[in-house]
Design a protein around this ligand. Structure first.
Ligand SMILES: *Cc1c(COP(=O)(O)O)cnc(C)c1O
Length: 232
């Protein structure tokens, strides 16, 4: 068994355990394998071990791996920072985008989504760290953004994504996720079925607070080394 296949097995059991501890139904949390900076061979190894959803953060890097892996039935998620000049490629080459935090970008993605593809699934990235520098829409502006994005024809709004400031303490890791989960739940919008919460270091806390999709890179593919060309 490859190292990636072995880690995938461990991750599935860690997710199952976290679901069980949180008294949530088995299988309610999906694993998104975050393959940014990792070679296509690593993605192929995870694919052969059954993984189908992969997340990338850099458009050019993603497109070249997608070409190499075109014969695989992969669902690609874009999870990186969004710039206006990249929306066209993203709208054409991904099934999901997790990092939409302003209407302008959502409108461009809707306009640029090719007609032959199903609507683009998106999550709105919310700033729950209370740090001005972090990307994401502020909680107070979320309801308005949801209403505007819901009206876009080629977008299917699925939920929210958050990247809280890193914390080592488990209770502190849970708090921002709980706040966002409760906020979205009380809006009572049926189509919001996705909580893109949790990375390698806070996966358990995120699952305890309602995550339906964890975005895992390091625990699956090992630590990343950033080539200078990808540092953006
Ligand atoms: C890189 C990245 C991840 C994966 O992080 P790990 O700590 O390696 O699991 C998850 N989400 C986003 C948005 C990322 O950019």
């Amino acid at each position: 068994m490859t190292a990636v296949a072995d880690r995938l097995l461990h991750l599935h059991s860690a997710i199952r355990h976290a679901e069980y501890s949180a008294r949530r139904p088995p299988g309610c949390v999906r694993l998104l394998a975050v393959s940014k900076t990792k070679p296509a061979a690593d993605i192929a190894a995870a694919y052969q071990a059954g993984q189908r959803h992969f997340g990338e953060s850099y458009v050019q890097e993603a497109l070249s791996k997608q070409q190499l892996l075109a014969h695989y039935n992969i669902t690609w998620h874009f999870i990186g920072p969004l710039q206006s000049n990249k929306t066209k490629a993203i709208a054409a080459h991904f099934a999901w985008v997790h990092s939409v935090d302003r209407l302008k970008i959502a409108e461009r993605l809707s306009e640029q989504r090719p007609a032959f593809l199903p609507p683009l699934n998106i999550c709105l990235q919310v700033n729950i760290s209370e740090e001005d520098s972090k990307s994401g829409v502020m909680l107070a502006e979320l309801p308005q953004l949801i209403e505007a994005v819901k009206a876009l024809p080629r977008i299917r709004l699925r939920g929210v994504m958050a990247i809280p400031a890193p914390q080592h303490d488990y209770e502190k890791q849970r708090r921002p996720y709980r706040k966002l989960y409760d906020f979205v739940q009380q809006l009572g919008i049926a189509e919001l079925d996705t909580y893109s919460f949790g990375m390698t270091d806070d996966m358990q806390a995120a699952i305890a607070e309602g995550s339906t999709l964890v975005r895992i890179g390091t625990a699956l593919f090992g630590a990343r080394e950033y080539p200078p060309s990808l540092s953006g």
